[in-house]
Structures are given as structure tokens and as C-alpha cells.
Design a protein around this ligand. Structure first.
Ligand code: NAD
Length: 362
């Protein structure tokens, strides 16, 4: 018998009772909400991130982070990635309560830009409810990914001989560059910045956007000047060629490169490794960008990557690292998960657009 579309209300209720399909409460945090909340709670987030990495160095079993899965289609530029992460213990909570985090990000590189213009990271991150595992929050990913990438490179800098008096250089005046500049200022108290970008107009916008944080103490310069002047250099570009090589940059104690997170991108020549330790926050980073090229050419082995949590552990033991370092990140799911949980807790579900409200439990 075919479904009778004119079935009575009573019949519909009977079917509903049989199927049991209550709503699952869920909120959506769009880009602007994510950005504003991270700006509002920048230092609390950085402190929490630092606490988490310190705790992680003492208990490596707390995080399960399978390799990100990357998908490409012939004839379509770019790719999309699935990045899951389960964290059993997050940050030691004062009240001892710690439900962990389960999250997954689905992110595209949007190279075709047929629908969404000028946005490198598109997609959503999903935060699952800690016990019932429904999706309790959905986040747009561009601000989230850019911020957490900047955050991890500044955390690495703090544990690789950070010096406040010398200021820093940023190459790539885009989203990641912006968040890097703001975190350096607010969290580490860095007072001077020199910035280089291929796109002059972008450089001017960057200066204007950062005036509230740096006043006149940020300026645009040539790449050569930034390389000569900086004691710490943060690269966050979409460059397809190495911008930095070891010969010219021997004096520089700290270089962070986070832009080359795909195989067509590159920021560093392998000779930057001469005399520098290679630091990363995940062994999985070796599957992408410059690290992948060096690995395939036999220049580095996975064991050469010093994991960031070990630097925090060394500092906690009173033996901070003083060797010059190059920090490379191509993106780890654990930081996405941390940002999702932090924001959802911080905003208490408010500030997000309700996608679905809580079910009525009669
Ligand atoms: N490691 C990670 O986890 C992670 C996360 C987010 C983004 N990324 C990558 O970081 C890069 C930057 O992302 P974004 O969102 O800030 O991009 P964006 O477009 O906002 O900024 C990139 C900037 O780099 C500049 N640039 C490009 N080539 C340059 C060169 N040769 N010299 C100087 N400047 C140059 C561009 O003009 C642009 O202003 C991208 O490659 C992105 O894929 C990595």
C-alpha cells in the first residue's frame, strides 16, 4: 500500500512515536563570531593552549589524532581534508572535571573559487557532545584555522628563545599574518614589527588594521630588510617558491613557516636547517609542503622533528632550549579541537546562531 499523504494527524503522531526523531541542539558560529570571540579572549586562549601542551608533554596518550585524509579530483584544483581528533584529557580543571574533546574539521582549499571568492580555507569544524556524540556546535573555519596556526607558531617562539626587545618580522600580511601580529603583541608583549608582502595594497591594509595594537611601531619593508632586521621571522604566505635560505639568514635564531601546507607551496630552502633544530607540533606535518619535499629528497627523517611539547617539558625542567630553531607547521587537528571547545565553553552556546534548539523532554 502506498503512503497516504492525507493521513490523519493521529496517524502522523503514531508514526512519529514509532520513529523517535527528536531534535539535536546545535549552534553555528559564523566567521565574524569566531573572530570576535578569539580577539576578546586571546590571552586566556593562549594560556590554555600553553597549559594543554605542557600537560600533553607529560601524558602523550591523552590525544588521538589520526592522519588527516586528503582528497583531490583530477581536473579540479585544490583539495579537501578531513581532520578528526579525540582528546581524553584537556586541561587540568580546577574542579577536576574534564570531559575531553571530540571534534572533526572538514576543510577545503578553495583554489577554484567558483562560488566563494578569495578565501583559502572553506568548510566547517564540528564539535561533538562529550557523552552523547551529537554535533553540538558548528564553526566556520577560516578565522579558526588562521588563528590557531598563528597561535601555535607564537607558542613555539616562546619556547625557542623568545626575546621581547628585538621585535619580529612577518612575511605575508594576510589572515595568518594578522593573527600572528596580534598574538605577538598581546600575549608576548612584542613592540616592533616589520612586515613584507608582495601585494603593496595588502601591506597598507595590514598596517591600518594593526594600528590599534602597534601604533606607529609596525612598518612595511622589503623582504631583504625584514630578513636582515628580524631576530624572529614568521612566514605565512601563499608562496610557491622558497623565500628564505640559510646562507642569508644565519643570524636569525627563530624562523616559523606555516604557509606551505600543500604540495604546490613552499617557503623555505632546505639549507635553513644548517645549524638549526627542526621543530614541529605533529609528526604528520612531514606529509605536506617543504617538509614533504625534504623528506622525499632524503634530507630529513621523521625522527629529526623535535616535537613542541618536548620543548615545553624541557623548559619546565629548567633547561630551556637555546639552539636556533626553525618551526614548521602544516596544520594539526588537535588545535582545531582545542579552539572549538574553548569557544563553545566561553560563549556558553550563546553568540552562535541556533541551527536547532534543544528537544523537549516530556
Ligand atoms: N599551517 C596551517 O595550519 C595553515 C592554516 C591556515 C592557513 N595556512 C596557509 O597559510 C598561508 C596563508 O594563509 P592566509 O589565510 O593568511 O592567506 P592570505 O591570502 O590572507 O595571505 C597570504 C599573503 O601572502 C602574500 N604572499 C604570497 N606570496 C608572497 C611572497 N612570495 N612574498 C611575500 N608575500 C607573499 C599574499 O600577497 C597575501 O597577502 C596559505 O598558504 C594557507 O594555506 C596554513
Amino acid at each position: 500500500m502506498l503512503w497516504d499523504h492525507s493521513a490523519s494527524r493521529q496517524q502522523t503522531d503514531l508514526v512519529s512515536r514509532l520513529l523517535r526523531l527528536p531534535n539535536e541542539p546545535c549552534v553555528h558560529y559564523p566567521e565574524q563570531t569566531v573572530h570576535a570571540a578569539l580577539m576578546d579572549s586571546l590571552c586566556p586562549f593562549m594560556d590554555a593552549l600553553e597549559r594543554f601542551y605542557r600537560a600533553w608533554s607529560e601524558d602523550e596518550s591523552a590525544v588521538r589524532q589520526p592522519p588527516k585524509h586528503l582528497f583531490q579530483r583530477t581536473g579540479v584544483r585544490g583539495d579537501w581534508r578531513v581532520m578528526p581528533c579525540a582528546i581524553d584529557r584537556v586541561w587540568p580543571a580546577a574542579d577536576g572535571a574534564d570531559a575531553g574533546i571530540d571534534a572533526v574539521k572538514v576543510i577545503g582549499t578553495n583554489e577554484e573559487e567558483r562560488v566563494v571568492a578569495d578565501k583559502i580555507s572553506v568548510g566547517k569544524a564540528l564539535l561533538l557532545h562529550p557523552t552523547d556524540h551529537f554535533v553540538e556546535a558548528i564553526f566556520d573555519v577560516a578565522a579558526l584555522s588562521s588563528f590557531r596556526t598563528a597561535a601555535i607558531s607564537v607558542l613555539a617562539y616562546k619556547y625557542c628563545g623568545h626575546r621581547r626587545d628585538h621585535g619580529a618580522g612577518i612575511v605575508g600580511a594576510g589572515r595568518v599574518g594578522f593573527y600572528t601580529a596580534v598574538i605577538l603583541r598581546e600575549w608576548l608583549g612584542i613592540e616592533h614589527l616589520v612586515v613584507h608582502d608582495l601585494d603593496e595594497r595588502r601591506g597598507e591594509d595590514f598596517l591600518a588594521a594593526l594600528a590599534g595594537w602597534y601604533g606607529g611601531r609596525v612598518r612595511i619593508a622589503t623582504l631583504d630588510f625584514v630578513r636582515r632586521d628580524s631576530q624572529a621571522l614568521f612566514l605565512a604566505t601563499t608562496s610557491q617558491q622558497p623565500l628564505i635560505d640559510g646562507r642569508l639568514d644565519q643570524h636569525m635564531p627563530f624562523i616559523a613557516s606555516v604557509g606551505a601546507d600543500a604540495d604546490n607551496l613552499s617557503e623555505l630552502d632546505a639549507d635553513v636547517l644548517d645549524g638549526r633544530m627542526l621543530v614541529s607540533e605533529s609528526q604528520q606535518n612531514i606529509a605536506f609542503g617543504d617538509l614533504k619535499r625534504w623528506h622525499e629528497a632524503g634530507l630529513i627523517r621523521p625522527a629529526d622533528l623535535i616535537m613542541l611539547p618536548h620543548l615545553l617539558a624541557a623548559a619546565a625542567r629548567g633547561t630551556p632550549v637555546t639552539t636556533p630553531a626553525v618551526f614548521i607547521s602544516t596544520g594539526a587537528a588537535v588545535q582545531d579541537a582545542l579552539v572549538c571547545r574553548f569557544l563553545h565553553d566561553r560563549l556558553g552556546g550563546r553568540g552562535g546562531l541556533p541551527l536547532v534548539t534543544a528537544p523537549h523532554r516530556g
